[in-house]
Design a protein around this ligand. Structure first.
Ligand code: ADP
Length: 426
């Protein structure tokens, strides 16, 4: 092999190591063991999880899985990542199984926010399942990482200004809320050596206003008091997710036109003031989403540092979403009727296209036929949101004449029909 690259030329490759729920060993010990393993074996890697080494009892007993993340830049010849050419950065974590802790208000009604301990079992795999073509996920991750670093190094905000508010906007069902949760989960894993605890508070802005307005003011106060308490603990990384922020602007506008009590203005203002106060805490990231770009309160837009438009999936993203659906139905044995269905790996969009354009392409093999049909299905789904696409296989299955004899080729044509019907009903 060629000599290893000098340290400054090495690409950092994050390795995420998930501990078994039963494991009680220290994260530090596992990290050292994994680093030792990577050094010793000079592994090469071409996608998928790295198998947990069975001949190392300490790791075999405690580790559930080892994943290589964002390997793209370090991948060389034939998509192989050679570990002596990159610098692995090992992150060891254990998922919280506590579930959401819904805050119950004094009158026994469920209130407007949910709280999670991160990394949470419920959000496991969410980041990977969200597919965007434009490098959006990487951009968000890098942005948040820089923001946390600037804060940690105490960069003077009067000299260099930045904040920790992210706004994702775009049509409904494009994965904005999921992306916020997945980002919080990712950051809680990547920054767990600096912040030993992480929490996510999820607030639905709309629900703040759908209650009695006199209650809304109290709700906002209570919510932020709680967040303030979390933030005071310096080793706690806190994410505040505010969904549907367009309802703030709507409430303000309605109040101005006299159709809603002026109380609502006070609630909006209270929320903005509280957010400004939170901004001075270094260990908070505020994540917001809006379904309507035009109607977001201007006061709000100004506060956000990163504003990203999240649009409907492109052809390539639609293919990848449907591919992951199909792969899951094959894994679980819902799609059958051709040999070795369980172990068939459908090619990604780029290699599907490449194979279809090759001069010797012929549809003889089932997997090639499948992949051509998948491209056609993705084409037929133009304009559909990610959310609709993830539901499509279920609807298509329910529409089959014989759901127990489920051949993938038949299934895909049912998907095209279902997509056409869904789109006509939009
Ligand atoms: P929004 O907040 O934009 O309305 P959600 O986060 O509620 O959207 O998305 C709902 C679901 O739709 C997600 O959990 C995911 O399963 C699916 N989805 C949406 N967009 C995508 C995408 N780009 N890639 C994969 N799945 C997606």
């Amino acid at each position: 092999p060629p000599p290893p690259l000098p340290p400054e030329d090495k690409v950092l490759v994050p390795i995420e190591v998930c501990l078994k729920p039963s494991s009680t060993v220290s994260i530090h010990d596992v990290r050292s063991a994994i680093e030792g393993m990577l050094e010793k074996r000079s592994l090469s890697y071409n996608g998928g999880p790295i198998p947990v080494p069975l001949d190392e009892p300490f790791l075999a007993d405690n580790v559930q899985r080892i994943c290589v993340c964002d390997a793209g830049e370090g991948m060389q010849n034939d998509n192989v990542l050679l570990f002596w050419q990159v610098k692995p950065v090992v992150h060891v974590f254990q998922l919280s199984e506590e579930g959401p802790c819904e805050d119950i208000s004094s009158d026994g009604q469920s209130s407007s926010f949910n709280e999670w301990i991160l990394p949470a079992k419920e959000f496991d795999g969410m980041w990977e399942s969200l597919i965007y073509e434009s490098g959006l996920k990487q951009r968000l991750l890098r942005y948040a990482a820089s923001a946390l670093l600037f804060t940690e190094k105490a960069v003077d905000p009067f000299l260099v200004s930045w904040n920790r508010i992210i706004l994702l906007h775009g049509p409904p069902g494009t994965g904005k809320t999921s992306l916020c949760k997945a980002l919080a989960q990712k950051l809680s894993i990547r920054f767990n050596s600096r912040y030993t605890q992480a929490q996510l508070v999820e607030v639905n802005a709309h629900s703040l206003f759908s209650k009695w307005f006199s209650e809304s003011g109290k709700l906002v106060a209570k919510l932020f008091q709680k967040i303030q308490e979390m933030v005071e603990e310096e080793s706690n990384l806190v994410f505040v997710l505010i969904d549907e922020v367009e309802s703030l602007a709507a409430a303000r506008k309605a109040a101005l036109s006299g159709s809603e009590p002026s109380d609502s203005i006070r609630v909006v203002n209270a929320l903005l003031t509280q957010m400004d106060k939170l901004k001075s805490s270094p260990n908070v990231i505020i994540l917001t989403t809006s379904n309507i770009t035009a109607a977001i309160d201007i006061a709000f837009v100004d506060r956000a540092d990163i504003k990203a438009y999240v649009g409907p999936p492109t052809l390539q993203a639609r293919y990848e979403i449907l591919r992951s659906c199909l792969q899951e139905l094959m894994r679980t044995g819902i799609l059958t009727s051709f040999e070795d269905c369980k172990n068939t790996v459908l090619p990604n969009y780029a290699s599907a296209k490449q194979r279809m354009n090759a001069p010797n392409f012929h549809e003889a093999t089932t997997s090639m036929q499948l992949c051509k049909q998948l491209v056609e299905t993705a084409e037929a789904c133009e304009g559909m949101s990610g959310r609709s696409l993830r539901k499509l296989p279920f609807l298509a299955h329910a529409a089959l004449a014989n759901p127990f004899d489920c051949n993938p080729i038949k299934f895909l044509s049912s998907m095209v029909d279902t997509a056409k019907r869904e789109r006509s009903e939009l």
